[in-house]
Design a protein. Structure first.
Length: 493
């Protein structure tokens, strides 16, 4: 499914903004469908509140909406230009709705989609009022059960008011819900396509390869003197991208549609250094936020990381493209797979295992990584290690939850990693986590998971400065990159 990009043959309109919002009664989640709330404005069925899109709805209000289980409803009005009524096909596209979504346009059901974090679309050409007002309605259900991905359990338990619905799950991040990513309308020419033309341009806009097909969905482009894509810190010009242009032509060679997409050409093998991450932040939850996205990538480059893991779901298309443009590699998680080319393992030495024992970190890491490689004879990555850390808590000697303890945990792992790197098959280290993130309420979680190197507000803890020195030292050793001027604080001559 292609991302909606504007071109000379495609017009894209955003439906992001402030929508109307209604929460269903937890004890009666299907009431809205039975009473056909989608057939008219939501405000005619129940009082509405304003809700930003994209955003998780959980942290927007000051009441108990945060822990709501079941269905919620959105709607908004929009106009479609009269010009779209002639020889156009119009598509409605959602970047992500978590978890299950039902969509109506002008009271007509358009699409049902299950599974958050993934885009979906449907054609709405025949459902729109051109040159007039339209209404879109969305019902979102955040309930997780044994057959959803991820899994969860719904139970009914007694409370002070009688009975209530409770959602439980075993994964360690908060079940944010709502319209998480952008909503678009896209219109393009409605004609039969007989020819496909593919053009490849370099970064300077020079055509370097092209091919024309008679309609078959296949072909090859050959590029001479390729400029490879390099990860951050491995080359003076990281993230070099070519632009692929696809043109759809009619019988008379009239241009019907054009789509341009940048793609990467990878370079040589690298040593991965980075983080596991979450799409998570204050107030907007898992909602797409361009300001936050740019801040996160600036922090990745500030600290010298060249990669991150998408844990534990597909990330936004906007962030994936931004990573390509800035030379940041991504290990993209998938729910299952039969064959593995790389072994990655998670282990929380001195935290979940042998809590507080810093003297039992280095050798344990070396022995476990070596055992995995010996058994499978494949490259090894340590994909998670770390310790929860409360910002501003300092204790000497180092003690669990203190910033000193997190720093010491990292340092003991660094010793193991350097010995393993010399063996040739150890190819990467990923801290868990990039930033603190929200979880379900638990006495083991003080306001969420605090293993972040950065706070949830994206400010560095003490370990961030140690990790920065580590990652740039690796960059200089492996890739001959230079140190930032502010990496080391002046002390004395």
């Amino acid at each position: 499914m292609l991302y909606p990009r504007e071109s000379e043959t495609r017009e894209v309109r955003s439906l992001d903004g402030i929508w109307n919002f209604v929460r269903s009664d937890q004890a009666n989640p299907t009431q809205g469908v039975r009473d056909e709330w989608y057939a008219k404005e939501l405000s005619q069925s129940k009082p509405t509140i304003p809700m930003p899109v994209p955003a998780s709805y959980n942290d927007i209000t000051t009441d108990n909406l945060r822990d709501h289980v079941g269905t919620v409803w959105y709607d908004r009005k929009f106009f479609v230009p009269r010009s779209w009524a002639k020889d156009q096909r119009v598509w409605l596209r959602f970047g992500s709705v978590h978890y299950e979504a039902y969509v109506w346009v002008n009271g007509q059901k358009v699409v049902k989609h299950e599974m958050g974090h993934l885009p979906f679309e449907a054609e709405v050409t025949d459902l729109l009022n051109y040159g007039a007002e339209n209404r879109i309605t969305v019902m979102c259900d955040n309930a997780l059960i044994q057959t959803t991905v991820p899994q969860g359990r719904i139970t009914e338990v007694p409370n002070d008011g009688g009975m209530t619905i409770v959602q439980s799950y075993t994964f360690d991040f908060f079940n944010y819900a709502g319209i998480h990513r952008s909503v678009h309308l896209a219109a393009n020419e409605a004609d039969n396509v007989l020819h496909i033309q593919a053009n490849l341009y370099d970064k300077e806009g020079v055509l370097v390869a092209n091919v024309t097909s008679d309609g078959k969905l296949g072909g090859k482009l050959q590029v001479n003197q390729v400029k490879p894509w390099w990860p951050y810190l491995m080359h003076p010009e990281p993230g070099y991208l070519y632009e692929l242009e696809i043109k759809l032509l009619a019988t008379n060679e009239e241009l019907l549609d054009v789509y341009r997409l940048k793609f990467l050409i990878n370079g040589n093998p690298v040593y991965f250094r980075g983080f596991g991450r979450h799409e998570d932040a204050d107030i907007r939850g898992k909602g797409l936020d361009n300001a936050l996205m740019v801040r996160d990538f600036n922090l990745l480059k500030w600290i010298g990381a060249n990669a991150y893991r998408t844990s534990h779901y597909p990330y936004s298309e906007e962030s994936m493209q931004f990573a390509d443009e800035h030379g940041i590699m991504i290990i993209d998680e998938c729910p299952s797979g039969r064959s593995l080319d790389i072994i990655s393992f998670n282990r929380y030495n001195a935290w979940y295992s042998n809590t507080g024992r810093l003297d039992m970190v280095t050798q344990n890491v070396i022995e476990e990584a070596t055992a995995w490689n010996k058994h499978y004879n494949k490259p090894i990555i340590m994909s998670e290690y770390g310790a929860d850390t409360l910002e501003g808590l300092h204790m000497l000697p180092a003690y669990v939850w203190s910033e000193e303890f997190q720093t010491e945990v990292f340092s003991r792992h660094f010793k193991a990693f350097d010995e393993l790197r010399r063996k040739g098959w150890f190819i990467g280290e990923f801290v868990w986590n990039f930033a603190d993130f929200k979880t379900a309420q638990s006495y083991t979680r003080v306001g969420g998971n605090k293993k972040g190197v950065f706070t949830r507000a994206r400010q560095p803890k003490a370990a961030a400065h140690l990790l920065r020195k580590r990652y740039f030292a690796l960059g200089r050793d492996l890739d001959q990159c230079s140190f930032p001027e502010d990496l080391f604080t002046y002390i004395a001559t």
